[in-house]
Design a protein around this ligand. Structure first.
Ligand code: PEP
Ligand code: MN
Length: 276
């Protein structure tokens, strides 16, 4: 991939993105929380629950890129203030989405990680602003994008001087309708071949089905992902956004209990020799 320079493994072997003490690329990192920040109660209850289950960071959208202009668009500044309170109370770093280049610098004052969503992966002015924001970025794969296009977008952020990019595979559009998207787990070892950037898996938006999130989380660990991004809501049935795919804290906790032993087991196995 000739235009992939700073994101290429030929430049650097391995990147660890330090998010307020959480080391993505060294530890297996779980980012969990609601799709959107709806209220202080909802966010704090969910934050405490995911922390108790062992999550490393809290996610929650204050700006939501919605398919319909009439759907809930997020609480904006008020949502960011709620996230700041959740961080103060739980100590969890905050991952939140930014959708407009004009908002990047002030959203960065609230966020530990700036998320760029699938619909904005190729919003080049947004990528450049995030490249100058002085905060780690979580770059989701565009739902119609190739690995090369995705890495070119990471390159936009890196080339503006921000070395802290985390990639997130969240499923791509295929002809399959049973799942919301198709999770491309082969992206994990493929990205590891091509790039030094850490990659996390989002089993929530890729499957859109709560019953599939546990199995695909386990598969992500086995594929060598650096972490997971999972939607959890303290009362999924009342969620204003992505209600069908949010886990209850209890189900999230049961998945978390299975992940750590699997990771430890896999870490003990002999390293497989590369297939040439
Ligand atoms: C989200 O993380 O809530 C989100 C909108 O994800 P995506 O951009 O992957 O659809
Ligand atoms: Mn969502």
């Amino acid at each position: 991939m000739k235009n992939i320079k700073l994101a290429s493994r030929e430049t650097v072997q391995h990147t660890i993105v330090n998010v307020s003490g959480v080391e993505v690329g060294r530890d297996f990192v779980v980012i969990a929380g609601p799709c959107s920040v709806e209220s202080e109660k909802q966010t704090l209850e969910t934050a405490y629950a995911v922390k108790a289950a062992g999550a490393d960071m809290l996610r929650g959208g204050a700006f939501k890129p919605r398919t319909s202009p009439y759907a809930f668009q997020g609480l904006g500044l008020q949502g960011l203030k709620i996230l700041a309170k959740a961080r103060r109370e739980t100590g969890l770093p905050i991952v939140t989405e930014v959708i407009d280049p004009r908002d990047v610098s002030w959203v960065a004052e609230f966020a530990d990680v700036l998320q760029i969503g699938t619909r904005n992966m190729q919003n080049f002015s947004l990528l450049k602003e995030v490249g100058r924001a002085g905060r780690p970025a979580l770059l989701k794969r565009g739902m119609y994008s190739t690995l090369e296009e995705w890495l070119n977008c990471a390159e936009y952020i890196l080339s503006e001087g921000n070395p802290n990019v985390i990639l997130c595979e969240r499923g791509i559009r295929t002809f399959e309708k049973y799942t919301r998207n198709t999770l491309d787990l082969s992206a994990v070892p493929a990205i590891k071949e091509l790039s030094h950037l850490p990659i996390v898996i989002d089993p929530t938006h890729s499957t859109g089905r709560t019953s599939l999130i546990g199995p695909m989380s386990m598969a992500a660990v086995a594929a060598g992902a650096d972490g997971l991004l999972i939607e959890v809501h303290h009362q999924p049935e009342s969620a204003l956004c992505d209600a069908d795919q949010a886990l209850t804290p209890d189900v999230f906790t049961s998945i978390m209990r299975r992940l750590k032993p699997l990771k430890s087991f896999l870490d003990q196995l002999p390293v497989s020799s590369p297939v040439l």
